[in-house]
Design a protein around this ligand. Structure first.
Ligand SMILES: [Mn+2]
Length: 487
């Protein structure tokens, strides 16, 4: 869509310059500046990721990574392109079809090689200019750049007379591959390798490169944290607007628009996942995203929405009363979930096993549910047998980063992984009571409550990145009331 803002007049002529300056002099700018001016990661972030990756590659190895393919939405319309997370992490290269070649100790000094689509005037007249191989090396900080059309030939060339191979795969023992989800490309690479192997040349071991990269991604560096923080700040302000936008008689999608729209106004290109605005009976569905129900008086509204910013996600949930006041049962459930979240957060510091975050929340939720008579029996035993899951349904915490459910292991061997500074994850207890839940009084029906925040592990504890969004039940009610349906 076109930019609806008035364009400044051309400042190159004197008249133009005067006209250009008038609004500034008069203070008459009729549009507000962005709340969040664009934030771009420095090229040094991607270089640092590549350097750490290179340090993990053995000698005589090579890594080959493919960009995510474009995906068709309908006929000749593609989905908004999203780069493969691992590919992005190492390169910042946005181009579909691109390929990265990374070599720990190359004889020609070319450690980082990028392949991009060649220029194509017709395609570029539609889709805008491509970077092209001539510009790609300096743009992406590569040691060399080529056209994707040269990829196969540059990777492996065979001289039948001397029966020798040349190219980047020659003399390599181990190849680390990530295909970006492009199966056709992967089979082409496998064919090249098989051709070499049939002649007792080329890499004897093919490894999944993602195994290495995913582990690197678990601990975030300062540049990545800045991007998650930005995604969280924008989404958080959007959450406040959504709380104000809610009112009986409005549709779930109107609440969604208050949040998503604010994110898009501040440079977000996509939400990190389809926004969930789930009212009344929908609040008990974990991933309700149809968002098409009319909100009724007496409903709770569960809003689980987070933006993606320059590739980095956030993941936040707030639950609030549609009419501005929780009823007794809603508040009782809300208070248990909030207490569980606080108990879970209190565990967070370096060295604590990640699983302790979840078990702390599970215990508080179980105690609360027993106290309300929704569960019965011994708390320890219920927790041991995961009996609370009938109402709590899901895990309490997952990594957040380039993927909203980010890559990386949660355990080392059979033990839960110890927390380290720079880890980013959610703390998201929830309780969900559907209508007709067996043995449950109907006053509890259709109450789904989740409170989800994103935390960063610091040197001495943690920082909650999203806790500035109203979370105490009184604050939540006040915020809903203050908007009364108007964000
Ligand atoms: Mn989540």
């Amino acid at each position: 869509m076109s930019d609806p803002r008035p364009k400044p007049k051309d400042p190159r002529s004197l008249v133009g310059l005067v006209l250009f300056l008038v609004p500034f002099v008069a203070g008459a700018l009729d549009f507000p500046p962005l709340d969040f001016p664009p934030l771009k990661p420095p090229a040094s972030m991607f270089r640092a990721h590549r350097d750490r990756f290179l340090a993990r590659l053995p000698p005589n190895s090579i890594a080959v990574l493919r960009a995510a393919p474009e995906r068709t939405m309908s006929n000749d319309v593609a989905y908004l392109y999203r780069q493969d997370s691992d590919f992005w992490y190492l390169s910042g290269v946005e181009d579909p079809e691109a390929i990265l070649v990374i070599r720990p100790n190359p004889s020609d000094g070319k450690q980082f090689i990028v392949f991009v689509r060649p220029h194509n005037p017709r395609a570029e007249s539609y889709g805008g200019p491509r970077i092209g191989p001539q510009e790609a090396a300096s743009a992406y900080g590569a040691d060399a750049a080529f056209s994707t059309e040269e990829f196969r030939n540059l990777m492996t060339r065979y001289e039948p007379v001397s029966r020798t191979f040349s190219g980047f795969l020659a003399g390599v023992e181990k190849v680390y591959v990530s295909d970006g989800g492009d199966a056709e490309w992967a089979s082409g690479l496998r064919e090249s390798i098989a051709f070499m192997r049939a002649r007792d040349a080329g890499p004897s071991t093919v490894v999944d490169a993602r195994e290495v990269i995913h582990e690197m991604r678990v601990v975030k560096d300062a540049d990545e944290i800045a991007l998650v923080r930005r995604a969280t700040e924008i989404s958080g302000r959007g959450h406040v607007l959504a709380m104000k936008a809610v009112a009986p008689g409005k549709y779930e999608f109107e609440v969604q628009q208050a949040l998503d729209g604010y994110c898009f106004e501040n440079g977000v290109r996509r939400m990190a996942y389809p926004s969930i605005v789930a009212s009344g009976p929908n609040s008990v569905f974990l991933h309700w995203d149809a968002n098409d129900r009319e909100i009724r008086d007496g409903d709770v509204v569960l809003n689980d929405s987070g933006a993606e910013y320059v590739g980095y996600a956030t993941d936040i949930t707030r639950t609030y009363p549609a009419n501005g006041s929780f009823n007794r049962e809603q508040r009782a459930i809300y208070e248990i979930v909030l207490a569980a979240q606080k108990a879970a957060m209190a565990e967070i510091k370096p060295g604590t096993p990640h699983a302790r975050v979840g078990s702390a929340a599970a215990r508080v939720q179980t105690q609360g549910l027993v106290k309300l008579g929704l569960l019965s029996g011994d708390v320890d035993r219920i927790v041991r047998e995961d009996g609370q899951r009938v109402f709590t349904k899901h895990g309490i915490s997952h990594w957040v980063g380039l993927d909203v459910h980010d890559a990386g292991r949660y355990s080392v061997g059979s033990s839960s992984r110890a927390l380290e500074p720079g880890m980013v994850f959610t703390v998201e207890p929830g309780i969900y009571i559907p209508a007709n839940a067996p043995g449950v009084d109907r006053k509890w029906w259709n109450i789904g409550v989740r409170i989800e925040d994103v935390v960063l592990v610091t040197k001495d504890g943690y920082e909650c990145l999203s806790c500035f969004i109203p979370r105490e039940p009184d604050d939540v009610e006040k915020t809903v009331q203050s908007g009364n349906g108007k964000p």
